[in-house]
Design a binder for this molecule. Structure first.
Ligand code: SAH
Length: 374
């Protein structure tokens, strides 16, 4: 039985009363503490290539944009991974556009070198690569794979994420394959994609639960002027259009924590971009338990422009790390050590959480005192 019904999720997504929402955020915070503890895990994000074969209508890396592109060398990637260790991070995330110039065997060797030289967990976020390639990287000991399904609505997905030639783009099927290969799997959505309704967002959150995701990334959609969704037509937006507001994102994060209590949830850079002052903290106080500081070398950062105005892009990794650590301390939380995977996270006072041993009874898990349905 799902932890929240469709109506309950929808109710909370539409809720606008600040006092009621504070209860939702507090409940998500409580569930976060009970299941994954107070540690904030740091994942160093290395944006290894800005080349992309796709034409996603939302993304600034889409192939049609003519702009300078880069692909990091083996040495550059290894240097960035070593800096993650020096900064005390337990994981690196290698992310890129969908770039088949990143040759599978070449990357497998880089992954093996990172694994041999460092204690880092490795997360990949390289788009829709071929099953054989995903297997090769898993054999090279990559631990996790992030692939946001962006929206669970097939028509909206098809409209914003054109297929490549005749090939079907089925990210949900690919996530299942990734899990079968032994990866921890992460997905997620953008909040406020033009054409996204509350119904759709509620179904996205239900899908996070039914896929039993290990990681879920949720951030606001941020219009990039050089993309087809760059200037969304507000006049024609339907009444049921989900806004890109900070609160909307926090509601989605909090509900996700309630339905996926063990998952690792980042307080995303996109959230920090719409509230540079304390968006990151708000994420951590609404159910999130992960930060993903950018470790991409300086010359490349400006070229990896998925959306404009990305928070903290000018801060070097050391500055960024100390700023984030101060923010974590001010909240009375701690920086996590070790890989911080779903099955290696420990709640402060408890044993590792195993899927087969839920600590919360389904009964207790339902945030029933919060649900004020008409
Ligand atoms: N090529 C990889 C990585 C893409 S970047 C892939 O497709 O999986 C990672 C995420 O950034 C995307 O999954 C998307 O959810 C988010 N993103 C892309 N464009 C965005 C935009 N304009 N605003 C906010 N988030 C965006």
């Amino acid at each position: 039985m799902p932890r929240l019904t469709h109506e309950e999720i929808l109710h909370w997504l539409r809720e606008e009363n600040p006092a009621a929402l504070e209860q939702l955020f507090a409940r998500a915070d409580e569930v976060r503490r009970a299941h994954v503890g107070d540690d904030i895990h740091m994942r160093g994000l290395i944006e290894i290539s800005s080349y992309c074969v796709r034409q996603c209508h939302y993304c600034g890396l889409r192939m049609a944009r003519s702009m300078p592109r880069y692909r990091m060398s083996r040495e550059e990637i290894l240097t960035a991974a070593r800096s993650a260790v020096e900064l005390g991070f337990g994981t690196v995330v290698l992310q890129s556009g969908e770039d088949f110039g990143i040759e599978a065997a070449w990357l497998a060797e880089v992954l093996r070198t990172i694994k041999n030289e460092t204690p880092l967990a490795i997360t990949l976020s390289l788009g829709e690569r071929l099953p054989d390639e995903l297997r090769l990287w898993r054999d090279a000991e990559a631990d996790r794979y992030l692939l946001r399904f962006e929206t669970s609505d097939p028509a909206l997905y098809a409209a914003i994420h054109p297929r490549r030639g005749a090939a079907i783009s089925d990210r949900i099927a690919l996530l299942r394959e990734l899990r079968a290969l032994g990866y921890e799997i992460g997905s997620g959505v953008m909040v406020g994609i033009p054409g996204q309704t509350y119904e759709m967002l509620a179904r996205d959150i239900e899908l996070f639960e039914s896929l039993d995701l290990d990681m879920v990334g949720i951030g606001p959609f941020l219009a990039h002027p050089d993309t087809p969704l760059g200037a969304p037509d507000v006049a024609t937006a339907g009444a049921d259009q989900v806004p890109t507001s900070e609160w909307m994102v926090l509601k989605a994060v909090a509900l996700t924590r309630l339905v996926c209590p063990e998952a690792n949830l980042p307080s995303t850079t996109a959230l920090a971009t719409i509230n540079t002052l304390d968006g990151r903290e708000h994420g951590l106080q609404s159910g999130a338990n992960v930060f993903m500081p950018i470790l991409t070398p300086a010359p490349y950062r400006q070229m990896y422009q998925i959306y404009p105005g990305k928070a903290c892009i000018d801060e070097d990794a050391t500055q960024c790390n100390s700023c984030l650590r101060e923010r974590i301390e001010r909240l009375g939380r701690a920086v996590g050590t070790g890989p911080g995977g779903r099955f290696t996270c420990t709640a402060s006072q408890s044993l590792p959480i195993l899927r087969s041993q839920p600590r919360f009874s389904p009964q207790k898990d339902r945030p029933s005192p919060l649900v004020i349905l008409p």
